[in-house]
Ligand binder design. Structure first.
Ligand code: GDP
Ligand code: MG
Length: 294
């Protein structure tokens, strides 16, 4: 039966790197779709994740954090954010309660004020603060946004009030995507992201930012998926670091990623990883295109 009051629309989550945008989206849709690490700039593209209920479908766009572009890759990351804002019915601004408002937050907020799109202002990580600190930030946030929330994306058990607030601002519209789905992005993409997450979590400062992952082949066998993926790095010297002595490091990445891929596909996954070098790929248009940063 068609529900004539059904609501559906796009909601972008924006804010500076590391405030918990990906964590929040994962919690709102109830699945770990977007990768989360303690390092900034983990999310490189807009990740779409769907929240489905019998009254609404919310298409969340988890964006990379705004940053001053230093590479062509960064320029593209900025374009993803602008694109997401343009197509949004509602925008969520997310800040970290500990340092809100940073200069960075203020810049985003002044940009958002120009738009007609409804914006919900949220401060995250409140479990780290005392009540009086929260109270102090409350007034600051309320001076910028009509709708405000104070949350712990990590610790809160439910987000019903926030979901209701989002739905209130969505247009009446039949579901835009299949209501059984969690995303319209292909499983290959999520496998790449899972491998990238393991790299972010396993290596120090430079390697995560210098690498990207492309799934080359995905063979669906009767009992299992056999997946071949390339890890691309920027310099020859980075290759042995990724491999680790005797290939131990990459072996760890492989088994952790296989487990997470199995969690989303429900099938056994066998992952073959190759490390390859494309010099300075972050600065090269052709390479970025080839690696999926369209
Ligand atoms: P993003 O860059 O904005 O997408 O941030 P992430 O979702 O990747 O989170 C960055 C870091 O903040 C990760 O280590 C998260 O576990 C952590 N984090 C996210 N939400 C919370 C929260 O509510 N409380 C605390 N203490 N940490 C959080
Ligand atoms: Mg993120």
């Amino acid at each position: 039966m068609v529900n004539i009051d059904f609501k559906s629309g796009f909601v972008s989550i924006i804010g500076k790197p590391n405030v918990g945008k990906s964590t929040l989206m994962n919690r709102l849709i109830g699945e770990k779709l977007s990768i989360v690490t303690p390092k900034p700039q983990t999310t490189r593209m807009n990740i779409r994740g769907f929240y489905n209920s019998n009254i609404a479908q919310i298409i969340f766009l988890d964006t990379p954090g705004f940053l001053e572009p230093r590479y062509e890759l960064h320029e593209r990351m900025m374009r993803y954010i602008t694109d997401s804002i343009k197509k949004s019915d509602v925008i969520i601004f997310l800040g970290d309660i500990a340092d809100y408002p940073t200069e960075y937050d203020s810049k985003i907020i002044s940009l958002l004020k120009i738009l007609k799109t409804p914006v919900i202002g949220i401060l995250n990580k409140i479990e780290m603060c005392s009540n009086s600190q929260i109270q102090e930030k409350k007034e600051l946030l309320e001076s910028n946004f009509l709708e405000t929330f104070f949350i712990s994306a990590l610790k809160d058990n439910e987000f019903n009030d926030l979901i209701s607030c989002i739905v209130k601002h969505l247009p009446i519209c039949q579901p835009l995507y299949n209501q059984e789905d969690l995303s319209d992005m292909p499983i290959r993409f999520f496998a790449q992201e899972i491998i990238r997450e393991k790299i972010f979590l396993s290596y120090g400062k430079e390697i995560p930012y210098s690498s990207t992952v492309v799934v080359e082949k995905w063979l669906e066998e009767e009992e299992r998926d056999v997946i071949q993926a390339n890890i691309w790095v920027e310099r020859d010297s980075q290759k042995p670091i990724i491999l680790g002595s005797g290939g131990v490091k990459i072996g760890e990445i492989r088994s952790k990623a296989e487990k997470d891929i199995m969690n989303i596909t429900g099938r056994k996954a066998v992952l073959n990883l190759w490390v390859k070098v494309k010099h300075d790929w972050r600065k090269k248009n052709g390479a970025l295109q080839e690696f999926g940063y369209k």
